[in-house]
Unconditional design. Structure first.
Length: 518
């Protein structure tokens, strides 16, 4: 006997020994096959573009595809149906039979769960997706974590919520539409309170993670989170990075909802916190879109601190994209904000970014000039900023043709980094090692260059610096090649090309060419 249900029927499994077979939504090919079976291959072949749109909008749900097939059987064109589904999916799928109308089926499922679970489902209509954690659901519904987890298990059993392979949860598209429609029926005050609890969950948890990873960032004051919002603790850097990775696709949607709700003070902060994570992963288009949205929020507020942070981080994005004109614009804007704020340490930080942009534009004299101006205030900088400044100034002297002076400054930077080691991330130290490697390579001191690049690569690995790691590996390989050590150059080149290919970077062609020449 085959028994089907939207519920899990756990009782039958426990009492009768039934064998459960869990079915997910249909994949694209299975969905096309279903439509073909119902409305014949000729109609599917006649409107292939419309079929593709229908399959996408039905989100793999057999019931939705069956309703589309039923309407098509009465002569509706597939293109017209696809157009209607793109305007309003639930209306298009809500046919006159209450047994099979999409809203009717979903409402029966919702009536079969507890009041708490039903409330969680409806409030999930406020979540931007694509997936979510127990903590996010608990914050939306103002529930303790254990109670939120029980409610989610109930919703999963009723096929209203699905689980992912990583232990998170999601609503399939049509169910998300239904939840969003139902949450719109709640009083405005309930929706607003739930939204702001969700905002507090994401912002304050993201700030916790950011503070673990970027220990030198100091934020302007912010109101504490709602007592009913769950702030996930971050015991260490690993936990912080895991949280950022899990939520990287969710945060842009939350920022957009913050903007729509007029919560610009929260939006720019949340947009900024994920900057380094996305940049390190090479997701440049994603981080650019997120931070432009966050910058607009800071500009609407007239928040100089927020504008400084976002202009600066966008400068980093455009450097990674090798769009140095845009990088110049944003870093120059950031420097004006930092001058207004009157902090010499952050001014020195941004000046280093501008110096690097000038270097990439071939403006070596300008790079040296802007860093020389900062050097006049070097005694007012903290130990970390002084170390970074000396490293950048050493690089600028080298690029301007003064290699010995550059090496001298890099060695002084090493001493300052040692002095500030407890609070120093690996990135600036790795850059200093790379500069020393460049200088030794120029002088033909190949063993010293190899040692410097090897140390830079080691440091970059500790920071999960994907793009920068690839650059460092290529530098190391080129030093080996210059030293006549072709076989030693092969492993770093192989690793670098795999990174570039994974990130779809044009640099992969150059590295493959180097490999072929070994």
């Amino acid at each position: 006997m085959l028994i089907t249900s939207r519920n899990r029927l756990s009782g039958l499994v426990a009492r009768e020994g039934a064998q459960p077979v869990a079915l997910d939504v249909l994949d694209e090919q299975a969905a096309v096959d279903l439509l073909t079976e119902r409305i014949r291959a000729a109609r599917v072949a006649a409107e292939p573009e419309a079929v593709s749109r229908l399959v996408k909008r039905c989100a793999g749900l057999p019931l939705a595809l069956g309703i589309v097939a039923a309407r098509a059987a009465y002569g509706d064109s597939l293109t017209a149906l696809a157009d209607e589904l793109e305007l309003e999916r639930l209306d298009a799928l809500d046919i006159d039979d209450p047994m099979t109308g999409i809203r009717g089926v979903f409402s029966w499922s919702l009536r079969n769960v507890s009041e708490t679970a039903a409330r969680v489902f409806v409030l999930l209509g406020l979540h931007p997706g694509p997936d979510f954690s127990i903590a996010a659901a608990a914050s939306l519904a103002a529930l303790p974590l254990a109670e939120a987890q029980r409610a989610l298990h109930e919703l999963v059993a009723g096929s209203l919520v699905a689980t992912t392979s990583t232990g998170r949860y999601l609503l399939h598209d049509l169910l998300r539409d239904y939840a969003a429609e139902r949450v719109g029926e709640l009083p405005e005050v309930q929706r607003s309170e739930a939204l702001h609890r969700m905002f507090d969950h994401y912002l304050h948890t993201s700030l916790e993670a950011n503070q673990r990873i970027e220990i030198r960032v100091h934020w302007t004051p912010l109101a504490p989170p709602s007592p009913s919002a769950v702030v996930v603790p971050m015991p260490d850097v690993r936990a912080a990075r895991e949280w950022e990775n899990a939520e990287r696709r969710v945060v842009p949607g939350v920022v957009a909802k913050m903007v729509a709700a007029g919560a610009d003070d929260l939006a720019w902060r949340l947009g900024y916190t994920l900057h380094l994570h996305l940049l390190r992963r090479g997701q440049l288009a994603d981080v650019e879109a997120l931070e432009l949205m966050a910058l607009a929020a800071a500009q609407r507020l007239g928040d100089v601190f927020g504008r400084a942070r976002l202009h600066r981080s966008l400068g980093g994005v455009y450097i990674a994209q090798e769009d140095f004109d845009k990088a110049d614009h944003h870093l120059s804007s950031a420097l004006r904000c930092e001058v207004e704020l009157g902090n010499p340490n952050t001014q020195a930080d941004v000046s280093r970014g501008l110096a690097f942009v000038y270097e990439m534009q071939g403006r070596h004299a300008d790079a040296l000039d802007i860093l020389t101006k900062v050097h006049a205030t070097v005694d007012s900088l903290n130990t970390y900023q002084r170390a970074c400044h000396l490293a950048a100034l050493g690089r600028a002297h080298h690029r301007a043709g003064e290699a010995e002076r550059g090496l001298e400054l890099c060695l002084r930077a090493d001493e300052a980094f040692d002095e500030a080691k407890r609070d120093v991330p690996s990135m600036p130290m790795s850059t200093n090692w790379e500069t020393k490697g460049d200088i030794h390579l120029d002088f033909g001191r190949y063993p010293e260059a190899v040692d410097c690049y090897r140390e830079a690569v080691r440091l970059l690995r500790t920071m999960s610096q994907t793009i920068q790691l690839a650059y460092g590996l290529v530098r190391l390989a080129k030093a080996h090649i210059a030293a006549g050590e072709s076989e030693a150059a092969r492993p770093p080149l192989v690793e670098a090309v795999s990174i570039y290919e994974a990130l779809d970077r044009k640099d992969a062609a150059e590295v493959r060419s180097l490999l072929e020449g070994l």
